[in-house]
Structure formats: structure tokens, C-alpha cells
Design a protein around this ligand. Structure first.
Ligand code: TYD
Length: 208
């Protein structure tokens, strides 16, 4: 992707892994360092994306796995074209909750679509855009489920999937990280949130 000196960091992990806490801590820290930060997410990081998010997370009843993959890819295509790429071209730092690795893990391993095809779909959608760094917050899905239960929020369509689904998603994330160690930082999501934030900042500092 052609761009100036922007930096793009994505956060990945299972539901209840603490991604949003960590991405918020990093955004605040980078702001304190004087960087212009765009904190965004998928699905739902654009106006069109908010509508797609409502379908994929809250539609009552089944969505065919390929339709679900296309909806996430459509959200991603619009988000990258209208939000992420312009920010990176301005030289901003983009901190993002979830990106294409979520599709490979959830629609690929979770819904059992071909992982390579799911990845290629997202790469087509975004003209091959990949982040500079992806932080994977790794956690046993059974523990993550306890955290979600404690939150007392109703489960969305994906969160409501059974434990085997979330175990496949976790294994897929770890395999993605092992395949691209230069792009990924894997952290134990059960560690103290402040300690995790320190690890993430140390890695980012090397990229700035
Ligand atoms: P998220 O915004 O992390 O949920 P919450 O706001 O409740 O923390 O993600 C919404 C769900 O969408 C999550 O269960 C993972 C799923 N998802 C996919 O299945 N594929 C994708 O490509 C993306 C981006 C998310």
C-alpha cells in the first residue's frame, strides 16, 4: 500500500480477550506522545459499517457462512477505502480492533470455510492492505467466557457460538501468528492489563 509515515496497528483475539481495553490504552499513550491517533474497529468503523455490524451481530436467525464472510469483507472494503487508508496517507497512527485475521479465524476456522479463500477475499476487498503490527491477545476461550458472563451483556451471534467454535478460532489465531511472526506480537491475555500495555508499547516504540 502506498502511504507516508502512518502506522497501522490491529488488535486481535477471541471475544473477552481484552482487546478494546488494550487498544484504548495504546491510543491514549500514543496521543500523549503527540501522535494523531485514529481509534477504529471492524465491523462498524464507518457509517455503512455500522449498518453491516448490526446485520452480522444481531440478525435473528442464520446467515449462510459465505454470506457472513462477504458481509465482513464488505465492511472491511469500505472501512479501508474511506477511513483507514486516508488516515495512513495523512501520516496518522491507526489503532484498530479486529481486521482480516478475525475473518480467517472466525469465518475460516469457526464456520469452516477455506482459510486461504477467506484471506484472499479480504485482500481483494482492501487491495492488499496489511497492518504494520498485529497484537494477538491469546486466552483460553473458557476463561474468556467467564469474563463475558461477568459483564452481564447479552451475547451477539458470534459470542453465542459453542466452546468448540471458539477453540477453533483460538487455534487459528495462533497459527496465523506463527506463520507471520514479523507482523504479530502474541501476548498472554490473562496477564495484568498494565503489564500487557507495557509489552505492547515496547514493541510499538521500535516501529515509531
Ligand atoms: P467485537 O467488535 O470485537 O465485539 P464486541 O464489541 O462485543 O467486543 O466483534 C464482533 C464479533 O464479530 C466478534 O465475535 C468477532 C466477529 N468477527 C468475525 O466473525 N469476523 C470478522 O472479520 C470480524 C472483524 C469480526
Amino acid at each position: 500500500m502506498t502511504r507516508t509515515d502512518g502506522l497501522w496497528v490491529t488488535f486481535e483475539g477471541g471475544d473477552g480477550s481484552g482487546k478494546s481495553t488494550q487498544s484504548a490504552l495504546l491510543s491514549t499513550w500514543l496521543g500523549e506522545q503527540g501522535r494523531t491517533v485514529l481509534h477504529t474497529r471492524e465491523p462498524g468503523g464507518s457509517e455503512v459499517g455500522v449498518l453491516i455490524r448490526d446485520i452480522v451481530l444481531h440478525h435473528r436467525g442464520d446467515i449462510a457462512p459465505r454470506a457472513e464472510a462477504l458481509l465482513y469483507a464488505a465492511d472491511r472494503a469500505h472501512h479501508v477505502a474511506t477511513v483507514v487508508r486516508p488516515a495512513l496517507e495523512r501520516g496518522d497512527v491507526v489503532i484498530q480492533d479486529r481486521y482480516l485475521d478475525s475473518s480467517v479465524a472466525y469465518q475460516g476456522a469457526g464456520r469452516v470455510l477455506d482459510a486461504g479463500e477467506v484471506r484472499d477475499l479480504s485482500l481483494w476487498a482492501t487491495e492488499g492492505a496489511l497492518p504494520d503490527l498485529t497484537v494477538l491477545l491469546d486466552i483460553d476461550p473458557a476463561l474468556a467466557r467467564q469474563r463475558l458472563d461477568a459483564d452481564d451483556k447479552p451475547f451477539d451471534r458470534l459470542e453465542a457460538e459453542k466452546e468448540e467454535f471458539h477453540a477453533r478460532v483460538r487455534a487459528a489465531f495462533l497459527a496465523l501468528a506463527a506463520a507471520e511472526p514479523q507482523r504479530f506480537l502474541v501476548v498472554d491475555a490473562t496477564a495484568d492489563p498494565d503489564d500487557i500495555a507495557v509489552l505492547v508499547r515496547a514493541r510499538i516504540a521500535r516501529l515509531l
